[in-house]
Design a protein around this ligand. Sequence first.
Ligand SMILES: C[S@@+](CC[C@H](N)C(=O)[O-])C[C@H]1O[C@@H](n2cnc3c(N)ncnc32)[C@H](O)[C@@H]1O
Length: 469
Amino acid sequence: MARSQKQLIYPNLEITGLASEGMGVARHEGIVVFVEHTVTGDVVDVQITRKKSGFRQGRPIHFHTFSPLRIDPVCEHFGTCGGCKWQNISYENQLIHKQKTVTDALTRIAKVELPEISPILGAPEPFYYRNKMEYTFSSARWLTEAEINSEEKLDNRNALGFHIPGRFDKVLDIRTCHLQDETGNKIRLFVKKYAEDRQLQFYDIIRQTGLLRNLMIRNTIAGEWMVILSVTEMNTDISGLLDGLGETFPQITSLLYTINTKKNDVMYDLDIITWKGNAFITEEMEGLEFRIGPKSFYQTNPKQAYELYKKTREFAGIEKEDTVYDLYTGTGTIALFVAANAKKVVGIESVPEAIEDAFNNAALNGISNIAFTAGDMKDVLVDDFFALHGKPDIIITDPPRVGMHADVTKRLLESGAKKIVYVSCNPSTQARDIALLDEKYKVTKVQPVDMFPQTTHVENIVLMEKRLF
Ligand SMILES: C[S@@+](CC[C@H](N)C(=O)[O-])C[C@H]1O[C@@H](n2cnc3c(N)ncnc32)[C@H](O)[C@@H]1O
């Protein structure tokens, strides 16, 4: 950081809003200032850490007023762990801000005629909702300022937890995480204690040494648990640890491990070996079963995913003779969920393994009016594809955060579909795409859904209906 920026302080800024990344927003001489760790209503002196032409970013160095919106975060790791940026405001206020994020994006970016935006569907359980957590072992635990300043010798630097945001080499040791069912904490703490009692080596990512690398914990609503342990070699210590886990936690129905000697932690290109139980866990929705393998994608808040899918199906209003396209289908969950209502469903997705899961899930559920294709959307969704599968009557699209490629939006405009249901995890890119689709499709319904309480993320479903010129 430049010296001049280090000393740049804006006094007495009032935080008037929250940015979608979770920072407070203020203004100084007309310029927007994003302020870390603040909420609407705080009044603070801000040290500027980043100066760009259109905005400034900074951190609070003195609070004149604490906002009445503030609440005490539940989690002891709040502020250091990057996970739950909005734990310091009530869930009710989180929802108000998420609703505003959607409204602002649609009015300021899409700038199209809008119906009334429905009140956001909040999650009934604002904690313990996640079905998947990924932890990292490290011999370079992140130290708090108090630890650094203390006289105590810090011999044990082991951590099993989350990376400090922006630091690949530093891991925050997690004692309790409030996002996954309590069993997840028990499993993680058991693994850490077992390893420390036997002095097993936690991984050193800089030196690329050590035995224990990663721990992934997944579960289902019905209570099946999957544990995947990533290690640099299989030996009697690891087999002892896996046996110990299996004996202590009978709810682990899928106990897996992998050997990772690569430089990075990514598990997706590794062989995953079953130590005990099945190679998958099974999630259930309206009688449909979804097999989730260690590498399979599944929405991480399964109860709210069900609400999201029900609303998507309701917006689509599928009739018996309709051909439905499910774009960016992932493992085909939405496609399978709506198949009973349609003549035919066609799912497209770029990840071949996800399409393999989609086919398997279709077979598992005896669903045959369905087709899946793997490939990049802009290359797959061409005239020949329409000719092969028939043009869609209804399109459901659920792209990644970047939204849809302009060629894909163009193809949607040419498709002739009577309805487009656009599900998005990024209202800004959704709004950009809606502006393009507005030429032929009118927004008739908008339903924000909160899938990720305590975070700044919001999901939004928009129904667009073909204009009758
Ligand atoms: C938000 S997820 C959709 C999840 C799915 N609808 C569900 O509910 O489980 C977006 C999906 O788009 C896929 N994807 C990303 N870029 C793509 C592209 N260019 N072409 C096709 N699929 C893509 C990702 O692999 C991911 O599965």
